[in-house]
Design a protein around this ligand. Structure first.
Ligand code: G3P
Ligand code: CA
Length: 281
């Protein structure tokens, strides 16, 4: 092929190449607004309604928590049991366990996961992991938090089954869950969640968090916002990792963290962060 034709070919391919890197963009570039458990100030956490509202409030990514039922289904839930966020006590009066790991999917689905927050959400169900992923597909990045440390591979297999490896971000407080996830899907970008202060020295703290993140295969440190002072953020960046924080609802704190160069904020009120970051409605 003549040289000019070769370069013309490369030029024609450029948008495609840029498009490819854009699909990595959520994880790699630009400040991110992430809705925590959906837009969970206004809608019941970890329900499809909360995920939908997160998208509508302008989130780039929508975070939710994943557990496994007694009969092997992955579902959304933050706590080990369903007592706080469903009407379990009204439905089951026979003394059975309220732990997600001891309930069947059918039992979970018989619960109302919305009324505890507001009558407007009466009848909202506990979604399956797959339903949540389908709700977000092509609209916002699923930010999947693996709760029990032994379900990393189950989570990966569903992501693989739905062919959305390039669309998701996976995070956990458990390094084992992250490394298990990577055994199935090594290429997906993951985050190590931590609220551990480790040291009063910000640089030492950042290095310890980086060490654990690296060992588990994560490339983002997602920490409690109180740990993310300027030195901490700079040390994470010096090591070419990204740093996100949870969970910030106060506009002044959001602004401070953005001034310090934070890469992403997880919030119950994505609309507040959207307005603050100048993205408008
Ligand atoms: O996304 C981070 C944050 O969700 C971690 O804390 O307790 O809300 O799952 P938690
Ligand atoms: Ca979470």
């Amino acid at each position: 092929m003549p040289t000019t034709k070769f370069f013309q070919g490369i030029l024609l391919l450029l948008p495609l190449l840029v498009g490819c890197s854009m699909s990595e963009g959520f994880r790699r570039q630009g400040f991110k607004i992430i809705a925590h458990r959906g837009a969970s100030k206004d809608a019941p956490e970890n329900t499809l309604a909360a995920l939908e509202l997160g998208i509508r409030q302008g989130a780039d990514g929508v975070e939710f928590d994943v557990y496994k039922t007694g009969d092997g289904w992955l579902t959304l839930m933050h706590d080990k049991d369903v007592l706080r966020t469903t009407n379990f006590k009204d439905v089951f009066t026979d003394g059975r366990s309220a732990k997600v790991s001891e309930l069947s999917l059918a039992e979970l689905r018989s619960l109302d996961a919305g009324s505890w927050l507001s009558a407007d959400y009466a009848g909202e169900k506990v979604p399956t992991f797959e339903e949540a992923l389908e709700k977000l597909r092509g609209r916002a990045t699923p930010v999947i938090e693996i709760k029990p440390e032994d379900i990393g591979q189950d989570v990966a297999m569903i992501v693989q089954k739905l062919s959305i490896e390039k669309e998701v971000f996976v995070q956990s407080f458990s390094p084992r869950a992250i490394s298990d996830f990577h055994k199935v899907l090594p290429e997906v970008t993951t985050g190590y969640l931590t609220g551990s202060k480790v040291s009063d020295d910000s640089v030492e703290r950042a290095r310890e968090h980086l060490r654990i993140a690296r060992e588990s295969g994560a490339s983002v440190v997602v920490c409690n916002y109180k740990l993310a002072d300027r030195e901490y953020i700079e040390e994470i960046h010096r090591n070419e990792f990204f740093v996100w924080v949870y969970t910030v609802d106060d506009a002044a704190v959001m602004r401070l963290l953005m001034e310090r160069g934070i890469d992403g904020i997880i919030t119950n009120v994505p609309s507040v962060l959207r307005d603050l970051s100048g993205r408008g409605k």
